[in-house]
Design a protein around this ligand. Structure first.
Ligand code: NAP
Length: 477
């Protein structure tokens, strides 16, 4: 049974409306139902949240790591205890099938648990000095106030991944969730309150993104910003970070290739393709954008992919049996429709689906396009929808060069039965993450992140906490 979320911001341990009284609506993308109104905070409210996080930092950063770890574990446990409710809320505001939302809740809790375990393992170094009698100590200390700006595609998991690392490191935290999906993020505030997290340690604020972004970026009190979202906004944040020389983590867009070598197990490749392409209606940063298939198996693999794609059930994510939900909003639908139409105009062939819906529907029929070439928009742009494109290649060298023909460098996939050949190609792929015979590459233990215009910094894993720590060295004579 879904409890009504509070629909207020969580600042300094209390639930607040906007001081200006303004709100904005949250819409279910499957039904157009208005689910809630949440605060559009004023700039003064945002500055108040920054002050609260700053005031809380001294005590939180000095708390024994074991105590921070214990609080994080409790929040993770509380999240799991409300898994069904949070999962349903994610589907209602985001659209993905309920099974995927439930998976996201477990995945988010795993980050909170993981970082509760990492909190107690932040160790410095003692380094031998060349100078007799001198000692060099290296300390790792929390940066201070950390802020996160998160997208709508994994509203709870993206937030938990950042919050877990920040709180474990000893930073206090301000989260600004995407306007499409603020409710599941605000629900995390309820969990922090229930866990008795000290006031000001976690703050969740909603409202106008450019205003909030500018307030966070220009504040000297905010020492760190972690952003997951588009490369376009990431570049803006890099510019804005210059004024205060702020430390950034940027998890930006992707344009993942999926190479199928002629010796691949095609059934296995198909299973990986379906998960790697159509999960979340194709709206993940590591979704396959380009199937790059050896010419000797391209026609067969395309037909297999098309047949399986036609079998997908499109619908409201709350309905049992739904495989693919709606796209998040009208702009997303229009973008995907434009990419399908332009690819067709430029000579791609529709093998499955292809019919973009008329407004106001946001349900796109899963689509397969063959004959896609590197001159097409759909090759260069992140599709972010349930559309597969297939391009044949002749040699391993061509597969690598086609794959690397993008300004992005987040995830890539490669299917082959020959592991040493696959490893050799993986080493040549310009991406932060490569799945070999695997598309389920997100894991709390693994460093998630990209290179090139997909950003910098890593989240999750033993490396993720470093983004919230500063090294300080003591020279003792
Ligand atoms: P987006 O438009 O960049 O939005 C992301 C967040 O940034 C939202 O909360 C948005 O709020 C906010 N924002 C927009 N303009 C801003 C500004 N001037 N200052 C501060 N914040 C601002 O991205 P999206 O379309 O929501 O998300 C999809 C993108 O995220 C894709 O490119 C995807 O690849 C990427 N992504 C990357 C990863 C990764 O780990 N690399 C993971 C998931 C998603 P408003 O909506 O109010 O503008």
């Amino acid at each position: 049974m879904l409890k009504a979320p509070k629909n207020l911001c969580f600042i300094n341990g209390a639930w607040r409306a906007s001081s200006s009284g303004t709100t904005f609506p949250v819409i279910n993308p499957a039904t157009d139902e208005r689910i809630a109104e949440v605060p559009a905070l004023s700039q003064a409210d945002v500055l108040g949240a920054i002050d609260a996080a700053h005031a809380a930092f001294g005590q939180w950063g000095a708390l024994p790591a074991r105590e921070r770890a214990s609080l994080l574990r409790t929040i993770g446990d509380l999240l799991l205890s409300r898994r069904e409710e949070v999962g349903e809320l994610i589907t209602r505001e985001q659209g993905k099938p309920l099974a995927e939302s439930l998976g996201e809740v477990s995945y988010a809790a795993a980050y909170l648990h993981w970082f509760s375990e990492e909190a107690v393992r932040v160790c410095g170094d003692i380094i031998p000095s060349d100078a007799p009698g001198k000692r060099i100590f290296v300390l790792k200390q929390p940066l201070g106030v950390a802020a996160a700006i998160t997208p709508w595609n994994f509203p709870v998991a993206m937030l938990a991944r950042k919050m877990g690392a920040a709180l474990a490191a000893g930073c206090t935290f301000i989260a600004k969730p995407a306007p499409e999906t603020p409710l599941s993020a605000l629900l995390l505030g309820e969990l922090c309150e229930a866990a008795k997290l000290p006031p000001g340690v976690m703050n969740i604020i909603t409202g106008d993104a450019p205003m909030i972004g500018a307030a966070l970026m220009s504040s000297p009190l905010v020492r760190k910003v972690s952003f997951t979202g588009s490369t376009e906004v990431g570049k803006l944040l890099i510019e804005q970070s210059a004024a205060t020389v702020k430390k950034l983590t940027l998890e930006l867009g992707g344009n993942a290739p999926f190479i199928v070598l002629e010796d691949a197990d095609l059934d296995r490749a198909l299973a990986g393709a379906m998960f790697g392409k159509y999960r979340n209606a194709g709206q993940t940063c590591i979704c396959v954008n380009r199937f790059i298939v050896h010419e000797s198996v391209a026609a067969h693999f395309t037909e297999m992919l098309a047949a399986k794609t036609r079998s997908l059930v499109v619908g409201n994510g709350l309905e049992r049996g739904t495989d693919v939900g709606p796209l998040i909003n009208d702009e997303a639908r229009d973008k995907v429709a434009r990419l399908i139409a332009s690819a067709e105009r430029e000579g791609a062939r529709v093998v499955a689906g292809g019919a973009a819906p008329a407004a106001p529907s946001r349900f796109i029929t899963p689509t397969v396009l063959s004959g896609v070439t590197s001159s097409m928009d759909i090759w260069r742009e992140e599709i972010f929808g349930p559309v597969s494109t297939v391009t044949p290649f002749r040699s391993d060298a061509e597969a690598v060069s086609l794959s690397n023909d993008t300004s992005y460098g987040l995830a890539a996939y490669l299917y082959s039965r020959d592991l040493s050949r696959a490893l050799s190609l993986a080493e040549q792929l310009d991406f932060g993450m490569v799945g070999i015979n695997d598309t389920a590459i997100s894991a709390v233990q693994a460093p998630f992140g990209g290179i090139k215009q997909s950003g910098f910094g890593r989240e999750g894993s033993k490396y993720g906490i470093d983004d919230y720590l500063a090294l300080k060295y003591l020279s003792v004579a």
